[in-house]
Design a protein around this ligand. Structure first.
Ligand code: FAD
Length: 325
């Protein structure tokens, strides 16, 4: 029986988020050949993104455009998406495992009486066509495989784990505009002030250089920023560094910070507490730099450098500069 899976796409800073393409790819893998993958985009202006969503694999694109949707407002987004869901009647809704996806997914799970599998990192489809979703649990120490027993499904997809489909510039689709239901909002977003403008989004960065209490001061982050600039990466931090006032909490990675899954994670002066590891253990390659050879971070690192970060990091920066020239 043919099915329709709906992917909730997101933009940030005037571009579609990479996780939206990964989520389209996830929906495509989980559905069979007879599954239509539709994307929906909510925002103040949405038309500019329709082609890109189509070229990354969406068969159809629904848009809801309204000034209320310029910034994420839970009530406005829920009402807009509810209208799309009532129109499309999807068999599954796929969200990125982002702040927005984590907020909306359980609301639709409750709304539709649907099961939810969150934070998936891989999908396999068995011979009977049943999709098995992998999700890390216990701070990434265990991988759980789950399947739905009934439609509809609600799924959230962890960023940077499922490769997007190859872009196909020949694909085209007309956007289907759905009217915003204009709910009476109890709160409105007047303005969003970013304090990390111009920097790479941590949750989507391919390379992260993270500093812990071992950086000793705000200035101690400078060598890390230089290395990140050479590698085109972002700077992150442990809570130890944030609590010490060396950096902003927006950089915190871990159980109570951001969960990141870059290609390369370099932990500098971070001991490797379980709460930190919970946010970065799914990184593809982990390098730890720590002067204590017994630091727990070495247990999960692919490569370890025992040494003073203030000596090691500038050396790495010089070497990468030469190698990338
Ligand atoms: P430390 O544990 O003090 O480690 C500093 C490391 O730097 C040491 O290993 C030391 O050998 C090394 N070092 C010092 N100087 C140098 C140098 N010059 N060169 C090289 N190495 C050096 N933590 C998080 O990170 N993220 C979270 O989301 C988080 N959530 C938490 C939630 C709860 C409920 C709780 C209780 C804790 C949470 N924590 C979190 C805190 C966590 O338990 C640790 O306290 C924290 O991660 C420690 O940060 P750190 O590794 O930077 O500092």
């Amino acid at each position: 029986m043919s099915k329709t899976f709906l992917v909730v796409a997101e933009t940030r800073g005037g571009s579609l988020r990479q996780v939206s393409f990964e989520t389209i790819s996830a929906a495509r893998s989980a559905g069979g050949a007879d599954t239509t993958v539709a994307a929906v985009l909510l925002g103040a202006a949405t038309d500019a993104f329709v082609n890109e969503l189509t070229q990354y694999g969406a068969d159809r694109v629904y848009t809801v455009a309204h000034a209320d949707l310029e910034h994420y407002n839970p009530q406005a987004y829920f009402a807009a998406l509810q209208t799309v869901v009532q129109t499309v009647q999807p068999d599954a809704i796929f969200f990125g495992h982002t702040a927005i996806g984590k907020d909306l997914a359980p609301q639709f799970s409750a709304e539709l009486g649907a099961g939810q599998i969150s934070d998936i990192t891989a999908i396999e489809v068995d011979d009977s066509g049943q999709a098995l979703f992998t999700r890390p649990i216990y701070a990434g120490k265990v991988l759980e495989k789950k399947a739905f027993t009934a439609l509809p499904w609600i799924v959230t997809v962890r960023p940077n784990n499922i490769a997007p489909l190859a872009i196909d510039a020949t694909r085209t689709a007309a956007a289907e505009a759905i009217a915003y239901p204009e709910p009476s909002l109890q709160t409105i977003i007047r303005d969003v002030v970013r304090n990390t403008s111009g920097k790479i989004d941590l949750s989507e960065a391919k390379v992260i250089i993270s500093g812990g209490r071992g950086v000793r001061s705000a200035d101690g982050f400078k060598p890390l920023e230089e290395l990140a600039a050479v590698l085109g990466g972002a700077v992150g931090a442990s809570r130890g560094a944030c609590d010490a006032g060396y950096c902003d909490y927006a950089l915190q990675i871990g159980q109570t910070g951001k969960v990141v899954t870059p290609e390369l994670y370099i932990a500098c002066g971070i001991s490797g507490a379980i709460q930190h590891v919970a946010g970065m253990s799914s990184s593809r390659v982990i390098i730890a730099i720590n002067k204590d050879p017994e630091a727990p971070i070495f247990k999960i690192a692919d490569y370890g450098i025992v040494g003073d970060l203030f000596e090691v990091v500038p050396l790495l920066t010089e070497q990468f500069k030469l190698a990338l020239q």
